[in-house]
Design a protein around this ligand. Structure first.
Ligand code: SAH
Ligand code: SF4
Length: 348
């Protein structure tokens, strides 16, 4: 397996190439082929000498992923299944809008957090992704669509902050102005609430957008939905979130998946408002995308709207996310899961 170049900084590529006796400026050329022109192969890098292209092809790889399947929905959303070099598979999603193009990336194969409503949780954690594998989801989607990616959300499979170093590295690579050049504010990391990692991120003062998956405003309900709440309950999570806001000066997004009869009462909405009162925060309500075998549903839209209205009236900024890509297994982990089930079914 060759060295994955897309996980290396320009300086690191420079070290590698000068170690081979090449001039340092070759690093910029390689970097631009990878991150600007989204090359898939060293053969495309026509301004490099053949000798160097040959050595690179022998010792390194450009793409660390291969496309297995793409599903396009009528609203423009495209879901991708990629194969990694060791045969594992991950998902990414392209979400277009008039003025921006967003890629939703995975950070792990599976996830070890065990949230009860999440398809990814069903496979458990298989492994962390390398930075190259995170960056390549953005490169390959951008190449496939033929559009510049303006936003990246770390909301695919996995818990980004449980893979802290590679997530951090991928953020720096995606942001690099000589490369994909994605602005800090357009990079969103979503976490189930790993308190020490939120504190480390706050210390780094990267002006990215942080989204915390809350899903309940009381410990009993939150523990039922997310076992991680036992380790980091609300009385530890909320101070870490406040500290992040103070240290970065950035507004924090709280995600709240609405599940009928579980966390969607108007009492839940009032409790949520009290929890967030006075905080520089915004709530993103997401109707549950049902996962087969789990049995929970999203509340009817009138209930979703009533929940949002309570927050609004109590002064909490809120958006109710419209469902996108509903016809293409859009919730994270579902395409991969369907594929695994198909493979399992074919084997019996
Ligand atoms: N592990 C991180 C990021 C990946 S999940 C996290 O949990 O925040 C991204 C978002 O999708 C989270 O807010 C998660 O709660 C939500 N999600 C997971 N399963 C879902 C489902 N079936 N329907 C709607 N949202 C879901
Ligand atoms: Fe992991 Fe996020 Fe799914 Fe929870 S919701 S199991 S943290 S991917």
């Amino acid at each position: 397996m060759g060295l994955p170049l897309t996980g290396m900084t320009e300086a690191e590529i420079g070290e590698l190439l000068t170690g081979w006796g090449e001039s340092r400026y070759r690093a910029r050329q390689v970097w631009e082929w990878i991150h600007r022109h989204l090359a898939s192969d060293f053969g495309e890098m026509t301004n490099l000498p053949l000798r160097l292209r040959g050595r690179l092809a022998g010792e390194a790889v450009v793409d660390s992923l291969a496309l297995v399947e793409r599903q396009a929905a009528s609203d423009g959303t495209v879901k991708y299944l990629f194969r990694l070099q060791d045969g594992e598979t991950i998902e990414s999603v392209w979400i277009p809008a008039e003025d921006r193009g967003t890629v939703c990336v995975s950070t792990q194969v599976g996830c070890g957090m065990g949230c009860r409503f999440c398809a990814t949780a069903l496979s458990g954690l298989r492994r962390n992704l390398k930075a190259a594998e995170i960056v390549d989801q953005v490169r390959l989607v951008s190449r496939d669509i033929g559009r510049r990616v303006t936003n990246v959300v770390f909301m695919g499979m996995g818990e980004p902050l449980a893979n802290y170093e590679e997530t951090r590295r991928s953020l720096l690579l995606l942001h690099a102005p000589a490369g994909l050049n994605i602005g800090w504010r357009h990079l969103t990391v979503s976490t189930s609430g790993l308190v020490p990692a939120i504190r480390s991120l706050a210390e780094e003062r990267l002006p990215l957008t942080l989204a915390v998956s809350l899903h309940a405003a009381d410990n009993k309900t939150r523990t039922r939905l997310m076992p991680i709440n036992r380790r980091y309950p609300l009385e530890e999570l909320m101070p870490a979130c406040r500290e992040w806001v103070v240290k970065t000066g950035r507004r924090l997004t709280f995600e709240y998946v609405l599940i009928s009869g579980i966390n969607d009462s108007l009492r839940d909405a009032r409790r949520l408002s009290r929890l967030l009162a006075g905080m520089l925060a915004h709530v993103n309500l997401i109707p549950l995308n049902p996962v087969s075998g789990i049995g929970w549903q999203a509340p009817p839209s009138a209930r979703q709207e009533a929940f949002a209205r309570v927050l609004q009236e109590l002064g909490i900024p809120v958006t109710l996310r419209q469902e996108r890509g509903a016809e293409i297994d859009a919730a994270c982990g579902q395409l991969r899961r369907r594929r695994l089930l198909e493979v399992a079914a074919a084997e019996v």
